[in-house]
Design a binder for this molecule. Structure first.
Ligand code: NAD
Length: 258
């Protein structure tokens, strides 16, 4: 049965944070094509609403600022209420610091926001979700290749993503007792709208960046969405408490993959 029909019995339901743009939007499209109903949750509520409408009937939008711990904790219950239940959680929303400041130069308020959005919200959402999800429920957290190979001048971002991997491993033990799984995907450099903008205004040389990837190209949002779709599928069921590194071979070539 495809998403968008009025009869929704038997469909799985997913919360996708940061679903209005980039990788999150590709994940929403991939899941919807697989018959999963999505709650598109984003700080940009208007864009999330447009995205949910584009996906079709049964999909919903939720406005949320994940820098607020209480809002993160409450989000899975909001999604379950809006979708009539919840089977899957994709913790995708994330921010980065492209100002070029060293870790000690980042004002505490900016560092705290990075940690709140990228790490603390993931912990809060997972904590609330494990109490809500049924047996067979799955959580996928978006980490980053930067967790293994910290990006120069983006150390704070790399630290939050290493934290996401550690959380994934520890929370999966709790989830396993309930018949659920917590997993992660760690993307390399992906051509989202933000990256396309950097290329367009000459701040990023796409050819040089692609040449640094053993596979010879940057990732596409759909590459990451397909990895997420695999993790939530029956075929992905043996994968728990671990990550898929989807980076075209970059970390392995640097001797940094683990
Ligand atoms: P993006 O900036 O294109 O989209 C992020 C989405 O999250 C946006 O819709 C944004 O509005 C939303 N968002 C931002 N702050 C929020 C908040 N406080 N509350 C709720 N929503 C918020 O990002 P992306 O490139 O698609 O990245 C998605 C995830 O993948 C992130 O966790 C990112 O760290 C990770 N990642 C991205 C890349 C890459 O190269 N693009 C590489 C590795 C990992």
């Amino acid at each position: 049965m495809s998403a968008g029909t009025s009869h929704t019995a038997g469909l799985r339901r997913a919360l996708v944070t940061g679903g209005a743009a980039g990788i999150g939007w590709a994940i929403c499209r991939e899941l919807a094509a697989a018959g999963v109903l999505c709650a598109v949750a984003d700080i940009d509520a208007e864009k999330a609403g447009n995205r949910a409408a584009e996906l079709g009937a049964g999909h919903v939008a939720l406005g949320v600022d994940l820098s607020d711990p209480a809002a993160a904790l409450a989000l899975p219950a909001r999604a379950a209420e809006a979708l009539g239940g919840l089977d899957i959680v994709i913790n995708n929303a994330g921010i980065t610091d492209t100002s070029g400041r060293r870790i000690g130069e980042i004002p505490a308020v900016d560092f705290a926001r990075l940690v709140a959005v990228n790490l603390a919200s993931v912990e809060g959402i997972c904590r609330a979700a494990l109490d809500l999800l049924p047996k067979g429920g799955v959580v996928v957290n978006l980490a980053s290749g930067a967790a293994f190979r910290p990006i120069a001048l983006r150390g704070a971002y790399s630290a939050t993503k290493a934290g996401v991997l550690a959380l994934t491993e520890t929370l999966d033990r709790e989830a396993a007792r309930r018949g659920q799984r917590v997993t992660a995907v760690a993307p390399g450099f992906v051509r989202t709208e933000l990256v396309e903008g950097l290329i367009a205004n000459g701040r990023l040389d796409a050819t040089a960046a692609a040449a640094r990837v053993p596979l010879g190209r940057l990732g596409e949002p759909e590459d990451i969405a397909r990895a997420v779709a695999f993790l939530i599928s029956p075929e992905g069921a043996p994968l728990a408490g671990h990550h898929l590194l989807v980076d075209g071979g970059s970390a392995a070539a640097a001797g940094a993959a683990r």
